[in-house]
Design a protein around this ligand. Structure first.
Ligand code: BEZ
Length: 262
């Protein structure tokens, strides 16, 4: 169904826990500073919004906090449970929790959600007064070189790439407005450009994260498409040892629900 601005939603991204673990283990590794910003404490109730396979959620548990993970992907929730995490399949837009958590944590998820406004409202309600919301997501300019190469390659095939971009990468002003609009006090918010080493290759990255672009191509045509993008970006993204990198820009933030808020 088209959204209010008339845009059709991008084709849905699916998550395969095994594929994610193979190509994207670095996502949890890079989440360590976000856990530090959260500073979880023993006994706190923490919601991990978009816990994925639980690799980073385990770090929250190690603090002695009581952690509950939600994720829209049943496969990822299964993988998180296998790590001993109390996790449930819930879409972030369907969060229906009232003042139960001391903190909500989210890493590398908010850029995927279909309705960010609903999600931020749900997070605010889920927090107890005085609770904090700490997270990181893609920010303005994230993977813009990969997006440009993909959109060029699609246009050359006569495909309009505009409805296929599945991501929301806000700038600092837009995300501040969003948080403040739901009642949050913003304690910290920054865009962080991060040249990111990939675990495998750019084609592994495309298979894992850019399903929306690939989904409009016949299965047999996808390898040539990805090879074309790799060829276009190799001089910028491939190092002398053959390792691949990507032009990540993160938006990291810490916000609070004031003590007097309902
Ligand atoms: C991620 O979910 O980690 C991600 C998605 C799009 C671009 C970069 C990273």
């Amino acid at each position: 169904m088209p959204s209010e601005d008339g845009k059709l939603p991008a084709p849905a991204q699916t998550w395969n826990a095994e594929r994610y673990a193979r190509h994207a283990g670095y996502v949890a590794e890079h989440g360590a500073p976000v856990v530090d910003l959260l500073a979880p404490m023993a006994g706190e109730r923490i919601l991990d919004l978009g816990c994925g396979d639980g690799r980073l959620t385990v770090r929250l548990l190690e603090s002695g906090a009581d952690v509950f993970g939600i994720d829209a992907s049943p496969g990822q929730v299964h993988a998180a449970r296998a790590r001993g995490i109390n996790a449930k399949t819930v879409d972030a837009t369907a969060l229906n929790i009232n003042a139960e958590f001391d903190a909500v944590f989210s890493n590398a998820v908010l850029h995927w959600v279909s309705d960010i406004d609903t999600v931020i409202g749900g997070v605010f309600r889920a927090l107890r007064p005085g609770g904090r919301f700490v997270g990181e997501m893609g920010g303005q300019g994230n993977v813009e070189t990969i997006i440009a190469a993909s959109t060029n390659a699609l246009r050359e095939r006569g495909i309009d790439p505009a409805p296929l971009n599945p991501w929301y990468f806000p700038d600092t002003a837009a995300f501040k407005r969003l948080l403040a609009g739901h009642g949050f006090r913003i304690d910290y918010l920054e865009l962080i450009p991060r040249w990111t080493a990939l675990d495998t290759s750019l084609s592994g990255w495309m298979d894992t994260f850019a399903e929306s672009y690939l989904s409009v191509l016949a299965l047999a045509d996808r390898p040539a498409f990805v090879a074309e993008i790799e060829a276009a970006l190799a001089s910028q993204f491939r190092d002398t040892e053959g390792g691949w990198h990507a032009d990540y820009v993160r938006l990291r933030f810490k916000a609070a629900k004031e003590k007097g808020a309902q």
